[in-house]
Design a protein around this ligand. Structure first.
Ligand code: ADP
Ligand code: ZN
Length: 519
């Protein structure tokens, strides 16, 4: 214990020998120095920043084994192969490993630098007993956002890790994640007993990614246009398996490019084949549910498109972060519809009471990103606690600033119409009533005699649709089970004039010519 810890210079030398890297990148050195000094650390670094090195290198240098908690067997096996290729003595202990006896023997004999386990196993008392057989140098907790209920991918097994780590209280912990906002970070520190000063936060900016968010009117045409501009590999995220299959087929037909589906419902062989095909290809597009992407190392993905809204800003950042890892220009483009938010808000009702407000807050933040007229990158980076420039010059809003219109009056008219017609009619009917149309349904219900009938005229009529979308995105209009629109959220405040509604009118785009709107 009186041994002095290895120096950073020694670590750099060892890195050159084992990994062949000439220098540390970003904040790797800060993390590695802390780990070598035995200090618990939370490293928040974007995907591709090189988190693995921050535990693999200390593992190779320190006495004892580094126990790595990792959530996916596939991910572990990738890491294992990479570590072994660099001459690091590594093993995995999973249900998929036939050589578990040898692994356990090697561990007991102190012959392992790295031992990968899943949280389910690591949290069991038997595992705790087993690892006492040899010294542990470090606990590395990969994908550490899974420990937090506030994180976007909470896994209860991660919560059960604390007894193991408390049993070896003197062993430092290194938690690693690519996506954790302020709250998630605080939660991880508390859950894993890492001191506040142990947080090492690397930059989140991905300057080579161009962000754009557009309303979805015809996803096949919109994504086909994107594919025509971007001949390289791309990922299209779709919300359901059915939509994945449907889009993959239509995009292939529309573009003549290789387009394959990927979702958890496909036979495992087909899934694996499609993934392998994608990784090897220079022009394939994969249409996938969010089941796709974790642990896939494909640096030359040229675009990531969302055919529906992601779950949260964290999820959006992580999913779009798979584009352009090679540093070359790449595009992240989301096509959203008001119905996406409406459905997500409906699902809130199915959640247990205590999770609802967190999830609602998450949706509100995502709606903020979608609706902003300002810089998308600035919204993203602020979300992760950075203080970015107001204008990045590399997102849709910076390149062609949209028009912002105060549409509070129109919003009030639309909300009143929904209210006065009994909160059970859809947008089409409300639009007809407001613009003074008469049809059998309107006359039958007496909606032509309402004070709101015909109060929207001329140009204002064109605002109704975007206003309806904006109100649905923020939850002031919520769809009912029968396809009607009811008031919700801040609707009363808007009606009383206590809250304004601004809408963003996207600039007219020359179809199929993206450059036109940059100049
Ligand atoms: P993360 O887990 O943060 O997504 P990885 O650990 O998978 O990132 O590393 C991403 C890539 O960067 C890998 O190909 C890795 O070999 C490479 N890499 C990591 N550290 C360095 C470094 N110091 N110099 C050069 N390449 C590095
Ligand atoms: Zn910008």
């Amino acid at each position: 214990l009186t041994d002095t810890p290895p120096t950073l210079e020694a670590a750099a030398e060892r890195m050159r020998m084992l990994f062949g890297f000439s220098e540390f990148r970003g904040r790797q050195a800060d993390v590695i120095r802390r780990v070598l000094d035995g200090q618990s650390t939370l490293a928040v670094m974007p995907t591709g920043a090189g988190k693995s090195l921050t535990y693999q290198l200390p593992a190779a240098m320190l006495d004892g084994t580094c126990v790595v908690i990792s959530p996916l067997i596939a991910l572990m096996h990738d890491q294992l192969r990479a570590a072994r290729a660099n001459g690091i003595r590594a093993a995995t202990l999973t249900s998929a490993d036939a050589d578990w006896r040898e692994t356990m023997d090697a561990y007991r004999a102190g012959e392992l630098d790295l031992l990968y386990v899943a949280p389910e196993r690591a949290s069991q008392p038997q595992f705790c007993d087993f690892v006492t057989a040899a010294p542990i140098a470090l606990f590395a907790i990969d994908e550490a956002h899974c420990v937090s209920e506030w994180g976007h991918d909470f896994r209860p097994d991660y919560r059960q890790l604390l007894p193991l780590m408390e049993r070896f209280a003197e062993v430092p912990r290194l938690a690693l994640t690519a996506t954790a906002d302020k709250r998630t970070r605080a939660d991880i520190l508390a859950q894993l007993g890492i001191p506040k000063e142990g947080l090492v936060l690397a930059g989140f900016d991905r300057p080579n990614i161009t962000y754009a968010i557009r309303h979805r009117d015809n996803p096949v045409r919109q994504i086909a246009t994107l594919m025509a501009e971007q001949p390289g590999p791309g990922i299209v995220y779709a919300p359901t398996r059915k939509k994945v299959e449907d889009l993959a087929q239509k995009l292939a037909a529309a573009t003549g490019r290789p387009v394959l589906p990927y979702h958890a419902g496909l036979p495992p062989e087909e899934r694996a084949a499609n993934q392998a095909g994608f990784v090897a290809s220079e022009d394939m597009v994969i249409v996938a549910t969010i089941a796709f992407g974790m642990g896939i190392d494909k640096p030359d993905v040229r675009f990531v498109a969302h055919a529906g809204i992601p779950k949260s800003i964290e999820a959006y950042y992580q999913e779009t972060g798979r584009a352009g890892r090679d540093g070359d220009p790449a595009q992240a483009i989301m096509f959203w519809g008001a119905g996406d938010f409406a459905q997500a808000r409906q699902r809130l009702a199915e959640l247990p009471e205590d999770r609802r407000s967190d999830e609602r807050a998450r949706l509100d933040m995502l709606a903020g990103l979608v609706e902003t007229s300002g810089c998308r990158r600035a919204v993203l980076l602020r979300h992760f606690g950075e203080e970015p420039e107001e204008i990045c010059g590399n997102c849709d809003n910076c390149q062609s600033p949209p028009k912002v219109t105060d549409a509070t009056e129109t919003a009030r008219k639309l909300l009143s119409a929904a209210y006065r017609t009994g909160q059970s009619f859809g947008f089409g009917h409300l639009q007809k009533v407001l613009t003074g149309a008469r049809d059998a349904r309107i006359e039958q219900r007496g909606h032509d005699r309402l004070s709101v009938h015909g109060i929207v005229e001329g140009e204002e009529a064109g605002l109704l649709q975007p206003v309806s979308r904006a109100l649905q995105a923020r939850g002031a209009l919520v769809p009912t089970e029968h396809g009607g629109l009811a008031l919700g959220g801040d609707a009363p405040k808007i009606l009383k004039g206590e809250q304004s509604v601004e809408i963003v009118i996207p600039p007219k785009r020359a179809r199929g010519n993206r450059r036109a709107d940059r100049t």
